[in-house]
Ligand binder design. Structure first.
Ligand code: IPM
Ligand code: MN
Length: 353
């Protein structure tokens, strides 16, 4: 198979975790006779520095002419505490999602057996957890009209959803639930928000077309608690943009590290694969960041292309690294391995098994 990949390393640890992902994909390409061609492009703070724009047109062009996008991380602290910054790195990512219509963000959460003991949560609670969050990604409060404070101390963000935006992601979530354990939970705040009540109405209506899927509902505050109390009860969680952002960081604690949580952002035409973590600027250039979330995102890219054995092989390699404790300091502070050592171990494993 021949595939063109737009590679967007972005900021902070992005370039390092992307480098290791390319290493692993190279091993897969060699072993299974594929050709993956990479074209790099700037996004985020680095793109502001180089082009004055967090998502230059040239980057968007490269993305649109590729089979998939592989994304590192975005964000730089020099923008975080400056409310007057005229442009922000995050705008690059948000615009990319919007322009490519990547409306569904899939965030699988797995408790890895080899590192159950590393989670701050009790082992017996998280054992067997295996669920996936379907987060709406191009609508809601992230993209509604904004009014910045004009000096009078008032600002607002509009939370708005159209039923089409709800139905297209709900369909994907129902299809996923059908193939998994047949359970879907809509996470919302329907006791307070009108937009959540629209979500319930549309999702309930669609449920009639999926009799094999059991649908239930949870308010987001309760969901936040249940994810920590009894995560194994969940199969597919469907939710809006901001609720999904929040509960997915929370849920990643189940896996033992934010550095282990991959994601896929899917639209009708394009697909982007990105770790759920941020740019971790304190670790930039130190070769200490966990590359596994990005590598597992690479595995989701392989699955997206129907390369199931290849994706399985990557996951097998990850499991072996976890078993053998070939992990970065987030998972093993006492005797950590470097980012590049983890990538090399994984690619060697793939080539030899
Ligand atoms: C994520 C990130 C982004 C988001 C930021 C960087 C804009 O937190 O992908 O979860 O909020 O969607
Ligand atoms: Mn987030």
């Amino acid at each position: 198979m021949n595939k063109k990949v737009a590679v967007l390393p972005g900021d902070g640890i992005g370039p390092e975790v992307i480098e290791e992902t390319k290493k692993v994909l190279h091993a897969i390409a060699t072993k299974y006779n594929h050709t993956f061609e990479y074209t790099e492009a700037d996004v985020g703070a680095i793109a502001i520095d180089r082009h004055g724009d967090p998502l230059p047109d040239s980057t968007l062009e490269i993305c649109k002419s590729s089979d998939a996008l592989l994304f590192g991380a975005i964000g730089d602290p020099k923008y975080d505490n400056d409310p007057n910054a005229p442009v922000r790195p995050e705008q690059g990512l948000l615009k990319l999602r919007k322009e490519l219509n990547l409306f569904a963000n899939l965030r699988p959460i797995l408790a890895f057996d080899a590192i159950l003991h590393l989670s701050p949560l009790k082992e017996d609670r998280i054992k067997g957890s295996d669920f996936i969050i379907y987060r709406e990604l191009t609508g809601g409060i992230y993209f509604g009209d904004k009014k910045e404070d004009n000096g009078e101390g008032v600002a607002s963000d509009l939370l708005i959803y159209h039923k089409e935006e709800i139905r297209r992601i709900a369909r994907l979530a129902f299809e996923a639930a059908k193939k998994r354990r047949g359970k879907m939970t809509l996470v919302d705040k329907a006791n307070v928000l009108a937009s959540s009540r629209l979500w319930r109405k549309e999702v309930q209506q669609l449920a009639n077309e999926y009799p094999e899927v059991t649908l239930d509902f949870l308010f987001v505050d309760n969901a936040a608690m249940q994810i920590i109390l009894r995560p194994s009860q969940f199969d597919v969680l469907l939710t809006s943009n901001m609720f999904g952002d929040i509960i997915s960081d929370e849920a990643s604690v189940i896996s033992g590290s934010l550095g282990l949580s991959p994601s896929a952002s899917i639209g009708d035409q394009y697909a982007m694969f990105e770790p759920i973590h941020g740019s971790y600027p304190q670790a930039k250039g130190k070769n200490i960041a966990n590359p596994m979330a990005t590598i597992l995102s690479g595995a989701m890219m392989l699955e997206h292309w129907g390369l199931m054995n290849e994706a399985e092989k990557v996951k097998e390699a990850i499991n072996r690294a976890l078993d053998e404790n070939i992990v970065t300091e987030d998972l093993n502070p006492a005797t950590p391995h470097k980012t590049s050592e983890v990538g090399s171990f994984l690619s060697e494993y793939i080539l030899n098994h």
